[in-house]
Ligand binder design. Structure first.
Ligand SMILES: [Zn+2]
Length: 71
């Protein structure tokens, strides 16, 4: 039996602190939209507040639906 590789697609963790407590971040910049075309979706870590991008097909909210996403 092969074990799951460490970097499984569903294992989304913060690259800074390793927390799994992350959420989708709104597309707020032009760069976000460009990366989005490559399925690089912005996330934010709830633990350390770092913003980062990773491959995901999940759809983040657009900045027009403005949530409180202040850092
Ligand atoms: Zn973090």
């Amino acid at each position: 039996m092969a074990t799951e590789p460490e970097l499984h697609l569903s294992a989304r963790v913060c690259p800074k602190c390793g927390s799994k407590n992350i959420r989708l971040s709104a597309l707020s910049t032009v760069a976000d939209r460009l990366y989005r075309a490559l399925f690089l979706t912005p996330f934010r870590c709830r633990a350390c507040r770092k913003r980062f991008r990773m491959f995901s097909r999940a759809t983040p909210p657009s900045a027009n639906d403005n949530q409180s996403d202040n850092s």
